[in-house]
Design a protein around this ligand. Structure first.
Ligand code: AKG
Length: 260
């Protein structure tokens, strides 16, 4: 595997940073050759595997335009390359390091903001969607190309994972992120916001309580493509009933609105 980890890379520093801030950033985790491979495999996946996916696992900015894929879930179910990328290797090891326990791979996701039409990602906490207790889960986010404020890189609220319980969430109109923090923008949020630009190969990893969001893609020419790697800690217990009910309600609403 071609890696290009830059300091700080030792496990105890990464864990300390993660516990304090609620995220880590490795710029870059993967070198140019590995990123070229991942991007090639993703292009193959978009061509060959997307037609096999369920409507509820692939979202488009414009459903009439099949090139406008904005989000996909569970790539590992359809493709060995992405199953391996999620389930073994350096990203998996990073998840175990920051969780401090065995990691159980859950979901390999794709997040794109196509040029000009890519919408914002509302402020949210991933764990609000996961329906697990205790909130022991992380998401890795791999930039597949350079990301910055113009094309909609991630922003974190540093330390927000240390707050009690969940921030209140309410319905957002953004496909793929149905819930957003309703009281976002407190002085604490503003003071602790950290913008996360980086090149292809940058790996971010955040705690499931860390508040994060992204701007719309304001570039007329650049996309903003990334992969998401979701892991639960082995101590996290899913509330399957709550998750099923939430997903069924969401899928019905999206279908009724003609979005899937
Ligand atoms: O890529 C994005 O804009 C959002 C990603 C995200 O919210 C996540 O990985 O948890």
């Amino acid at each position: 595997m071609s890696l290009a980890m830059s300091a700080p890379s030792d496990a105890s520093t990464l864990k300390q940073d993660f516990d304090r801030d609620g995220y880590i950033a490795i710029r870059p985790l993967f070198d140019a050759a590995k990123m070229a491979e991942i991007n090639r495999e993703l292009d193959r996946y978009l061509r060959d595997a997307v037609p096999k996916m369920k409507d509820t696992e692939v979202y488009y900015e414009d459903r009439a335009d099949r090139t406008s894929v904005k989000q996909m879930m569970y790539l590992e179910k359809y493709d060995d390359y992405f199953a391996e990328l999620l389930q073994s290797g350096v990203v998996y090891d990073l998840a175990e390091t920051v969780l401090g326990e065995r990691a159980i791979p859950q979901n390999m996701e794709y997040f794109n903001k196509p040029p000009g039409i890519g919408k914002q990602t509302p402020p949210h906490q991933d764990g609000y969607y996961f329906k697990i207790a205790p909130p022991q889960a992380v998401t890795g986010w791999l930039a597949l190309e350079p990301v910055d404020d113009e094309n909609g890189c991630l922003n974190y609220v540093r330390g927000s994972h240390l707050g009690d319980g969940w921030r209140p969430h309410g319905r957002s109109e953004i496909l793929g992120f149905s819930q957003g923090v309703t009281n976002f923008g407190t002085p604490d949020d503003v003071a602790n916001t950290v913008t996360m630009p980086g090149g292809a190969g940058m790996m971010l990893m955040h705690h499931c309580k860390t508040v994060h969001w992204a701007s719309p893609n304001r570039s007329p020419t650049r996309s903003r493509r990334a992969l998401g790697f979701v892991f639960f800690g082995e101590s996290a217990r899913p509330d399957e009933e709550a998750k099923r009910a939430y997903q069924a309600k969401l899928d019905a609403e999206l279908a009724a609105a003609g979005k899937i």
